[in-house]
Design a protein around this ligand. Structure first.
Ligand code: MN3
Length: 208
């Protein structure tokens, strides 16, 4: 995302009902128009009187979050993270099952011990987040793939948590992402996510 302040919301690349029944229509609509939209409003508020933000992309703000003036650092961390994470998340989803390429599957085999192990470990990260957060597949600075999770709206671009790198797959495990349809059954939502992943986008992120 090459956006700079003032930040704005890009249209969803599909309709609210496209991911049902895996992610239901009402959840998609509220998640996009209320939750994600609010992060952008609050990020813009935080940046409005902060010259430091001017001309910086979201990635630059995230990667250098400790350089953001202290008065707005927490706001930029939470709402900037919220904007970045959701903007990425929407792009990673699609209607209908997609198939990863053989080259990507080979990479997963080599670096993560096989497809089933990758899925199992990603799901374990997603289910293991205590409270609100995200599960991630990242491309580390050395080019290899790794799995992890972050709390709240932190992400692996930030110097917090146990995972650092470029996010290439993300799953929102805040309750707002699944509660209407799945209630307390986060594990079912995590499993359903695998039916709506856009692997072409994941692979594009991995290869760039
Ligand atoms: Mn969310």
């Amino acid at each position: 995302m090459q956006q700079v302040y003032p930040f704005s919301q890009q249209p969803l690349p599909y309709t609210y009902d496209a991911l049902a029944p895996h992610i239901d229509t009402r959840t998609m609509e509220i998640h996009f128009t209320k939750h994600h939209a609010a992060y952008i409003i609050n990020l813009n508020k935080a940046c409005a009187d902060t010259p430091y933000c001017a001309g910086k992309t979201l990635e630059q703000l995230m990667e250098n979050i400790e350089a953001v003036p202290t008065a707005v650092r927490t706001a930029v961390r939470n709402h900037g993270g919220g904007h970045y994470n959701h903007s990425l998340f929407w792009q990673l989803l699609q209607k209908g099952v997609s198939t990863p390429s053989e080259a990507f599957k080979q990479r997963v085999n080599d670096q993560l011990g096989g497809w089933e192990k990758f899925k199992e470990q990603f799901n374990a990260q997603a289910k293991g987040v205590f409270g609100s957060g995200w599960a991630w597949l990242v491309k580390k600075p050395d080019g290899t793939l790794a799995l992890g999770s972050t709390h709240n709206q932190d992400n692996p671009l930030m110097p917090y948590g146990d995972i650092k790198g470029k996010p290439v797959l993300a799953l929102d495990v805040w309750e707002h992402a699944y509660y209407l349809h799945y209630q307390n059954r986060r594990a079912d939502y995590v499993e359903a996510f695998w039916n709506v992943i856009n692997w072409a986008v994941v692979e594009q992120l991995v290869n760039n």
